[in-house]
Design a protein around this ligand. Structure first.
Ligand SMILES: [Cu+2]
Length: 345
């Protein structure tokens, strides 16, 4: 019953927000795709949405929600392939990378017309994707311009006083984290101030990539941070996405080239829900848990992620056309965690 009432409250929220129709269409799409041959899978159909065939036509037009977010403020397509290597310096014969992260409150648009009062690193959620090579010295200048204390807790190997846990950075203060980049892999960073789930869910997190010294094979690389937003502050998420904006990559498919190696640094920063997942259609991927080994552990098409879990996915598309990728937690997919790869010749 709890699950049922939670679902209704989520849908009521969407009605209130005036996007029920749009989300309903997507829900029916997913129902049509994932529950073929079952009589109870058409959950999205109860909003007067079109038949699956019509919905499929809409899908190929790539437009499932009414309008779009203001992409001049944050464009998930741009974020996807943006990497912040910091300011590179040489000190004592080694590479030092200096980054600046500032905690600040910002209104972010998580679906067309739906603003969320976030706590951010550098005004965006997720924060910038920090990138370095194993063995680099990292210096992260952290300024707290928010009204609450915050920190940056990096996943990786570093001294206790650089762990972003005991040294809380008060409003108006600054802290410099300095440590060596290790081990190589697909990592994350996030605030570690209590209550933790609040500080993370509000948006203080990002991806942190450490490349192996020998590098990885040439690929089209992208970052997908799976996240969600508790837009009515009831301790459960109303919207889900990769890189914040619900259904963004359904409106704006991720363009990739046929047969080209695609590498996705994927992480799960969802709060409140214990599990998330990633499924790609009509294909399989090599999966490298945490990216700390150069050999994949698995060849699969669906991967389950606990909170804070992340890794690297590698795949190539053999056929041109549009292919869905989404959480195989169907409810999350219906509430925004849904996108398309557009494979071009
Ligand atoms: Cu915080």
């Amino acid at each position: 019953m709890k699950e049922m009432s939670q679902r209704f409250s989520r849908k009521d929220f969407l009605k209130a927000a005036g996007v029920t129709g749009a989300l309903g269409v997507s829900g029916s799409l997913l129902g049509a795709r994932m529950a073929q041959g079952q009589d109870s899978g058409m959950e999205g159909m109860d909003h007067g949405s079109p038949k699956a065939s019509e919905a499929m036509t809409d899908l190929h037009m790539g437009n499932q929600t009414v309008g779009d977010v203001d992409l001049s403020r944050f464009d998930p397509t741009e974020f996807l392939r943006s990497f912040d290597y910091g300011e590179e310096k040489r000190e004592g014969g080694r590479t030092v990378r200096e980054y600046e992260l500032t905690a600040e409150a910002a209104e972010i648009e998580v679906a067309p017309g739906i603003m969320y009062p976030a706590w951010t690193y550098n005004g965006q959620v997720p924060g910038p994707t920090l990138r370095a090579t194993e063995g680099d010295r990292l210096r992260v200048v952290f300024k707290n311009k928010d009204a609450h204390p915050h920190t940056i807790h990096f996943h990786g190997i570093h001294p206790a006083n650089m762990d972003g846990v005991f040294e809380q950075v008060a409003p108006g203060r600054e802290f410099v984290y300095e440590f060596d980049a290790e081990p190589f892999g697909s990592h994350i960073y996030h605030c570690h101030t209590m209550p933790l789930k609040k500080h993370i869910e509000k948006g203080l997190y990002g991806a942190f990539i450490i490349d192996p010294r020998e590098g990885r094979p040439e690929a089209d690389e992208m970052v997908m941070v799976m996240n969600g937003f508790d837009t009515n502050f009831d301790q459960s998420n109303e919207l889900y996405a990769v890189n914040t904006v619900a259904f963004h990559h359904q409106r704006h498919p991720v363009k990739i080239k046929k047969n080209e190696l695609i590498r996705v640094y994927i992480s799960n920063l969802l709060e409140f829900d214990f599990q998330n997942s990633m499924h790609i259609h009509a294909n399989f991927f090599d999966y490298y848990p945490t990216g700390t080994k150069l050999e994949p552990s698995e060849f699969t098409d669906t991967k389950l992620f606990g909170q804070g879990e992340r890794g690297i996915m590698e795949f190539r598309y053999k056929f041109p056309g549009q292919f869905m990728f989404h959480a195989h937690v169907s409810e999350f997919a219906e509430l925004g965690w849904m996108g398309l790869f557009e494979v071009e010749e």
